[in-house]
Design a protein around this ligand. Structure first.
Ligand SMILES: [Zn+2]
Length: 275
């Protein structure tokens, strides 16, 4: 039997325990195959979203990861409320649902034996938004890299600044950039990996200032959304605008790396820096 088949709308035999529909090509694929390939579609190569812990599992050597600063949680300095309720309640519900305290997991570990400080964002946590807590964790990951002279790796996945924290969220853009810029003083490499999606305040700060900026295939990478830009400049944008492929072509991203190649690519790059 093929690993995937053409979709049949309203197929009564579609068992969601066994099959799933690819979010991009819509072909039905074996769930087991999708998971074995770390959520990459065997039909079209679409890279699905990984949780922070899934990403850590496929990037770091088994048993080497130690989480740091896991106690940092969202604060609610503005006592923000909107029509759907309070930020405080929403953050508490998200923490309960995801098992995370913030939109990024940070810590130390090894990639093919090379020690690194690593930060991995999780889009499930309020759209991977950049909050004061997220910014603080990114800064501390950069500070650890600086103090211990180990490379810094950040995997980004974010819808941008967390609106519930207003200007305090935007301030994290400068704070995190200052933290990673300091690594230059000691020639410590910072590799940024942009995954789908990396947008808004994260794409406009630390995600784009790596010594090398890598991206996963097909990732949406943008500051403002397509519609906003088209309405502002009154022009139609190319179909592949804001994709990783478009940004490589135009010099914003250094390399696109398939998920199955990511760990070895990172270790090759880090070995080069270690010479
Ligand atoms: Zn597909």
């Amino acid at each position: 039997m093929a690993w995937f088949s053409t979709p049949k709308a309203k197929d009564k035999n579609f068992n969601e325990d066994i099959w799933l529909s690819c979010p991009k090509c819509k072909k039905h694929i074996f769930k087991e195959s999708w998971l074995q390939d770390h959520k990459v579609c065997p039909a079209c190569g679409h890279h699905g979203k990984l949780t922070a812990w899934e990403r850590i599992g496929i990037t770091l050597d088994e048993g080497t990861f130690t989480e740091l600063n896991s106690n940092i949680k969202p604060s609610d300095p503005l006592h923000f409320n909107d029509a759907k309720g309070s930020y405080k309640d929403k953050a508490a519900a998200t923490r309960e649902k995801t098992g995370l305290n913030e939109s990024v997991v940070t810590g130390i570990g090894k990639i093919n034996g090379i020690p690194v400080s690593i930060a991995v964002m999780d889009f499930r946590f309020l759209g991977g938004s950049l909050s004061s807590g997220t910014g603080e964790k990114i800064l501390r990951a950069a500070n650890y890299a600086y103090e211990k002279s180990v490379p810094l790796i950040i995997f980004s996945a974010s819808g941008g600044a967390r609106m519930h924290e207003g200007i305090l969220s935007l301030m994290q853009m400068a704070k995190t950039c200052a933290g990673v810029a300091r690594l230059n003083d000691r020639d410590i490499p910072f590799i940024s990996v942009l995954t789908d999606p990396t947008t808004g305040g994260v794409s406009a700060s630390y995600a784009m200032v790596g010594d090398l900026n890598l991206a996963e295939p097909g990732a949406l990478i943008a500051f403002a959304g397509r519609r906003v830009i088209e309405e502002t400049i009154k022009q139609k944008l190319p179909d592949d605008f804001q994709t990783a492929e478009y940004l490589v072509e135009h010099g914003f991203i250094d390399k696109i790396v398939h998920r199955k190649e990511m760990k070895n690519t990172l270790s090759q790059i880090l070995s080069f820096y270690n010479r």
